[in-house]
Design a protein around this ligand. Structure first.
Ligand code: UDP
Length: 236
């Protein structure tokens, strides 16, 4: 059976497979920032993010977090369960950076007294605006129960990843998650990678994520490679 492209996003393409409830994710090297205003490519990013995301899904699965990942099938391809994505981006923040630092006038690097969970409306035309559970209910983006599930998983994922990364000398500053519905249940989708997280070296505080691209800090590919190495021991 021919595989058809269902969707092309900024960093990934999605293809049909012979099974209706499974799709193939293809990771591209394209990078965008500031809601698509800044465009570029990061050499071998697709390969690195596919490996990094596969690693994180396996780790979270072992810890009981349900997710869409089935298996990595090639350097750039990952087989996943076909979800109905909830149009809500869930951001978890341990340390102030990026849009939070700007919006609230906090110095980047300020440790928050409590972990912050934020929801954004997944809508490129509107630039993914910040929303809360009232907007989500009123716009019927997700049910109250689904919001609670996303929040609970987001905090559990934060605890698992923060702890794991600490052992690899990486600080988990913040990250974005997307969830979808599969067989009636909310499960984790999308990807977890240096494109969707901020990682700082625990000692030097060096940025090891997409901020190197956003802010033209150089050595973008090297940072992604170093993250893969610290997580898996694999030298790309
Ligand atoms: N993030 C993401 N996709 C987005 C927006 C944010 O993956 O469309 C991630 C981003 O990499 C960071 C966290 O979510 O780890 C918080 O991002 P922030 O709101 O600070 O936004 P940005 O710096 O992208 O403006």
């Amino acid at each position: 059976m021919e595989s058809k492209m269902l969707y092309e996003g900024k960093a990934k393409k999605i293809f049909t497979t012979e099974k209706a409830n499974e799709v193939m994710v293809y990771f591209k090297d394209d990078a965008t920032a500031f809601n698509g205003e800044k465009k570029g490519t990061i050499a071998s990013k697709g390969v690195l993010n596919n490996k990094i995301a596969s690693f994180f899904f396996e780790l979270l699965g072992e810890k009981g977090i349900p997710h869409h990942f089935i298996r990595r099938v090639s350097d750039r391809e990952m087989l996943v369960k076909a979800l109905t994505i909830l149009p809500v981006e869930v951001v978890v923040r341990n340390i102030a950076a990026g849009s939070l630092a700007k919006r609230l006038g906090l110095a980047e690097g300020t440790k928050m007294a409590e972990t912050i969970v934020e929801m954004y409306y997944k809508n490129d035309e509107l630039g993914d605006p910040l929303i809360n559970q009232y907007h989500i209910k009123a716009m019927k983006l997700a049910t109250e129960e689904q919001v609670k599930t996303m929040e609970d998983y987001a905090l559990a994922i934060n605890a698992i990843l923060s702890e794991y990364l600490k052992g690899k000398n990486l600080e988990l500053i913040d990250f974005k998650l997307e969830f979808g519905v599969y067989e009636g249940k909310v499960i984790l989708g999308d990807e977890i990678s240096p494109d969707t997280c901020r990682f700082w070296d625990s000692v030097t505080k060096e940025k090891m994520d997409k901020d190197r691209f956003r802010r033209d800090l150089g050595k973008v590919e090297d940072a992604y490679k170093e993250v893969l190495y610290r997580l898996t021991g694999e030298r790309a």
